[in-house]
Design a protein around this ligand. Structure first.
Ligand SMILES: O=P(O)(O)OC[C@H]1O[C@H](OP(=O)(O)OP(=O)(O)O)[C@H](O)[C@@H]1O
Ligand SMILES: O=C(O)c1cc(=O)[nH]c(=O)[nH]1
Length: 483
């Protein structure tokens, strides 16, 4: 852990608080106030807040815009404010900087050199070099804007990526690779974002505005964002304190609300036990698995499978094509698997869907990823072209085999033989659902690397939640799947 985050961790234990107090005096944007009054008013207001809250504040966060708006006197008010803050309390300067080269260096000098702040907020959109000067010091840190609390935050931050995840998930992943001195701004009023990012970054510190005046609930934000040590989230409150009649009482009340929330959440997690079913924060997986149930893709009864075995349930993914928005999510799910493979350096000239169930799915995946589709004919065509593999392909090209699900891999081996016979290279198989453990064993024996989006033990609990199967049936179905 970096020195800055270590310092936060220690101070949070010492004063038993995670609260960050915003110092955002709005004098400059109040039209009836003259500049001189504004400057002295700002200092007075900040003095009053700091004196009232210094034993409750894990950190202070002045937003530089309210000071810059008054020009040189405003910046002087900021400098005086920073001097009023006791040395042991970290200052996070909310500046949302982001520029390159010498400019980034100049911003860094202003923030950490001249103003002597301990941390800063930065925009990630100009990339690593724009952040680099701020994260090279062991004592200071940068909070990267990941998912913000404003109404327009979704315009860019929610844009769906090739793997189906919103852009902010990718931002968190990239920022997380920038080293130890990096935290994230994750809105306290966006519980989905808090959950999604916490699930992927169990230890990172989040600066979380959006609670109170912007509508977020302290308990819900803590529930979604606190880490396993009961820290890692810094709820920011500005107006809730500065506009309170008694800022000290307001801060004290917020801290006890916050601490109660942390205790409640940790106790609840302990009761639930580690590793409970499902993966919290995996929004795409939740959506797809629930969507399959809503589309009645899961059926109980007596079924004969492709392998000839009997089964007490059947997953009919042919129905997905009748639900366009589910089909789109399913395509994103496969795209996630392809994205993972590409990150491992594996790439493909074609996706080959196995007829019949996987044909509409592979078409959607091809459109989602831009990888051209082909398919093997399970029965060679005896008229027309006589093709065994349809589409535009050449011998020697690399193919990702794609099927809806895997039980034993019977149909995969048949498809593999046809593709190999045509001179295509197949080493990987992607499926949406892995029905049990035997399919994986069969694929390993055939030299095929299997990637699945969800396993049956992740799917069945959704069926219980949606009332499709009873809790007591779950165990026997799981047992069947494992047998
Ligand atoms: O893992 P496996 O042992 O291969 O079994 C699973 C396969 O069986 C089904 O296809 P099926 O051949 O029944 O029908 P389809 O023509 O509708 O795809 C299903 O769509 C899977 O592709
Ligand atoms: O193994 C199979 O044939 C099979 C199982 C299942 O759940 N769904 C399906 O379409 N096929």
């Amino acid at each position: 852990m970096s020195d800055f985050f270590q310092r936060l961790e220690e101070r949070s234990r010492k004063i038993n608080s995670l609260l960050c107090v915003g110092l955002d005096p709005r004098h400059a944007i109040q039209p009836d106030m003259g500049a001189a009054d504004s400057v002295s008013g700002m200092i007075e207001e900040n003095k009053r807040i700091i004196q009232a809250t210094s034993s409750y504040a894990l950190a202070y966060k002045p937003n530089i815009a309210f000071y810059e708006a008054l020009g040189a006197p405003g910046l002087q008010a900021l400098e005086i404010t920073l001097e009023l803050i006791p040395d042991e309390i970290p200052v996070i300067l909310d500046a949302k900087r982001g520029d390159i080269g010498a400019t980034a260096l100049a911003y860094e000098r202003a923030v950490f050199g001249h103003l002597n702040a301990d941390a800063v907020t930065l925009s990630p959109y100009m990339g690593r070099d724009s952040v680099e000067p701020f994260i090279n010091h062991s004592k200071t840190a940068a909070f990267i804007l990941c998912k913000t609390s404003n109404p327009g935050s979704g315009d860019l931050q929610l844009l769906s990526q090739n793997d189906g995840e919103p852009l902010y998930v990718r931002v968190a992943e990239i920022a997380g690779s920038w080293g130890q001195n990096v935290g994230l701004v994750v809105a306290g009023n966006d519980l989905d974002a808090l959950r999604a990012i916490r699930a992927r970054h169990p230890e990172m510190w989040f600066l979380s505005p959006g609670i109170g005046a912007q509508g977020g609930s302290m308990l819900e934000a803590v529930e979604a964002g606190v880490n396993s040590r009961g820290t890692g989230i810094i709820p920011v409150v500005a107006r809730g304190i500065s506009q309170a009649e008694d800022p000290e009482a307001a801060a004290a009340a917020l801290v006890s609300e916050l601490n109660e929330a942390v205790e409640k959440v940790l106790a609840k997690r302990k009761n639930e036990g580690a590793g409970h079913a499902g993966s919290p924060g995996d929004l795409l997986k939740d959506r797809v698995l629930s969507g399959l149930i809503d589309a009645r893709c899961f059926k109980t009864g007596e079924f004969t499978l492709k392998s000839g075995e009997r089964s007490p349930f059947y997953i009919d993914l042919r129905r997905v094509m009748s639900y366009p928005s589910l089909l789109k999510d399913v395509a994103r799910a496969y795209a996630r698997l392809i994205h993972e493979l590409r990150r491992e350096g594996k790439d493909f000239d074609h996706i080959a869907g196995i007829p019949v169930a996987a044909l509409p799915l592979a078409t959607a995946v091809s459109m989602e990823t831009g990888i051209p589709m082909i398919f093997p004919r399970m029965n060679a065509k005896s008229h027309g072209t006589g093709n065994t593999v349809e589409g535009n392909w050449k011998s020697g090209e690399k193919v990702l085999l794609l099927d809806d699900l895997i039980t034993r891999g019977t149909s995969k081996i048949e498809a593999l033989d046809i593709l190999k016979e045509a001179g295509l290279k197949v080493e990987h198989l992607a499926v949406l659902i892995e029905r049990g453990e035997r399919g994986r064993k069969d694929m390993t024996a055939a030299g095929i690397d299997l990637r699945s989006f969800a396993r049956l033990d992740e799917f069945l609990p959704h069926c219980v939640r949606k009332g499709l199967i009873q809790e007591d049936e779950l165990e026997s179905l799981m047992k069947y799947a494992r047998s």
